[in-house]
Write a protein that binds this ligand. Structure first.
Ligand code: NAP
Ligand code: MG
Length: 477
């Protein structure tokens, strides 16, 4: 095969304006937290990027109290048209500082700059733009006249799309007149704190948004705080379940966006090259750290051999390495812990008899990296077909009839997303009707838009984010 040698094309890290330390954001000010400071690491090099102060239980108390005051005295009373101006300003400022945010995100998270620059940051800005538009139109959202906010939202987000998840959480809450206390993930706090800077510069009234870095215990203190009216959580099903049980009976409104094990289904009439691109995007985008990743490929038996051969060839061309290189396709695994989890599940795939193919790509010597991997001859009972790997690992199963494809796709405790590849429009509709998944993509995958509601079935959680439907989670309806 022709070899495609690319000269390095590194993005400069200067623009990230990395500082040695970052503080938490409460009541419109950056303040020292009284928790044990954490060190955030660049997963591509294992170097410490910065020290970040964290919240203690009393800091959570203060943040919730300031959010309450801001909600009752200022933000909740402000006309929607006025709130919209602030939200719109935040959207613009994210876009203006897009390059800085993209580099910082890639440094802290390990994702390729191509993705943070072209997907994460523009989509984050788009979420604020979109929700700015709703703030003065809530009367027409279909939730009755003059729908009211819930109050203070306690929000906890994961590390896979740090700024984007913060935006998914904060923008609709603000549009609906709520105030926010948000905890970013322990391994990726930096872009949320630059967002806090933007929020401060946008002159948002103090206390409307508060950002508290810290570990899981800060998240737990926050969601269980009696001063919080609404909890929004994105992360693992395990933690989601524990939050749901601890909130039962408290009257707090809850939305959960949890894990997934999506089927990406390829029929024999699908355009093969296009499907292969969709499969690659479905599982190798963001190193597979995507809750809606197409991690189970279901392929029609009659084309399986041909498709696998093409897929191997295509995956061999993915460049794995420095996230700041503009030519990198697959960056670093976010943490040593996540890398260990991926290795454990891949070892389980080997032990259970699946046929492993690993891309022959070179890997950097330092940092957390994992070569793109495809398992064939996977059966439904194997761990790699049932459990979320959350890494660049694809499990391939086959089917003979559409009914069998439906049965296999739905044979999972999750239900976040699904993909369908076929030339026939009627088959797309027939399949989409039968998929027990919150999002169904047809002849594409991993497309996100603020107008489209996103959320799951079963153990993937409940509630929707985005679109008109997503407003419901932040209104008293
Ligand atoms: P996680 O433990 O559920 O973490 C998600 C967020 O919740 C983080 O901010 C975390 O803080 C916080 N948290 C942890 N324990 C908590 C508790 N008891 N109460 C409240 N908040 C708590 O997920 P993870 O450890 O990052 O990843 C584990 C697995 O979850 C992954 O391998 C993947 O399968 C799945 N996952 C799914 C998504 C998704 O988008 N659906 C995203 C990420 C991970 P810390 O950062 O300090 O842990
Ligand atoms: Mg980090």
């Amino acid at each position: 095969m022709t070899s495609w040698e690319y000269a390095p094309a590194p993005e400069s890290r200067e623009i990230a304006r990395l500082r040695p330390s970052y503080r938490m954001f409460v009541g419109g000010e950056f303040v020292e937290g009284t928790g044990e400071p954490l060190k955030t690491v660049n997963p591509a090099t294992e170097e410490v990027l910065a020290e970040v102060s964290t919240a203690s239980a009393s800091d959570v108390d203060k943040a919730v109290a300031t959010a309450r005051k801001a909600q009752e005295k200022v933000w909740g009373r402000m006309p929607g048209a006025e709130r919209a101006k602030y939200i719109f300003r935040i959207a613009r400022m994210i876009a203006e500082r897009g390059r800085e945010l993209a580099v910082l995100e890639s440094l802290d998270n390990g994702k390729p700059i191509r993705e943070s620059r072209d997907v994460d940051i523009p989509t984050a800005s788009a979420h604020f733009f979109y929700h700015a538009g709703w703030a003065d139109k809530l009367d027409y959202a279909g939730y009755g006249p003059d729908p009211q906010p819930l109050g203070v939202a306690g929000q906890v987000i994961p590390w896979n799309f740090p700024l984007l998840m913060a935006s998914w959480k904060i923008a609709p809450a603000l549009a609906c007149g709520n105030t926010v206390v948000l905890k970013p993930a322990e391994t990726t706090p930096l872009t949320a704190l630059v967002l806090a800077e933007i929020i401060q510069q946008a002159d948002l009234p103090p206390g409307v948004v508060n950002i508290l870095p810290g570990a899981g215990d800060v998240g737990s203190t926050l969601v269980n705080h009696p001063g919080v009216d609404k909890v929004a959580f994105t992360g693992s099903t395990e933690v989601g379940k524990s939050i749901q049980s601890s909130l039962a009976g408290t009257g707090k409104k809850l939305t959960l966006e949890l894990g997934g094990k999506a089927a990406n289904i390829v029929f024999d009439d699908a355009p093969l090259d296009q499907a292969v691109e969709g499969i690659v995007n479905g599982i190798f985008f963001n190193q597979g750290h995507v809750c809606c990743a197409g991690s189970r490929l279901l392929v029609s038996e009659s084309i399986a051999d041909e498709l696998l051969a093409t897929l191997h060839q295509r995956v061999s061309t993915l460049r794995v390495g420095d996230p700041l290189d503009k030519n990198t396709d697959v960056g670093a695994i976010n943490s040593g812990m996540q890398l260990a989890k991926i290795r454990e599940l891949v070892a389980a795939g080997d032990a259970e008899g699946a046929e492993r193919w690993t891309s022959p790509c070179p890997l950097p010597e330092r940092g957390f990296f994992f070569a793109p991997t495809v398992f064939a001859n996977v059966s439904q009972s194997m761990r790699i077909a049932r459990e979320e790997i959350f890494g660049p690992v694809l499990s391939v199963l086959t089917f003979r009839t559409p009914d069998e494809a439906v049965a296999k796709a739905n044979n999972t405790p999750y239900g976040l997303s699904a993909g369908i590849w076929t030339e026939k429009g009627s088959r797309i509709l027939w399949m989409a009707d039968r998929m027990r998944a919150g999002v169904v993509w047809a002849n594409t995958f991993n497309r996100f838009d603020p107008t489209a509601p996103f959320g799951g079935y079963q153990e993937s959680g409940f509630g929707r984010e985005g679109g008109r439907t997503g407003l419901e989670a932040y209104l008293n309806v």
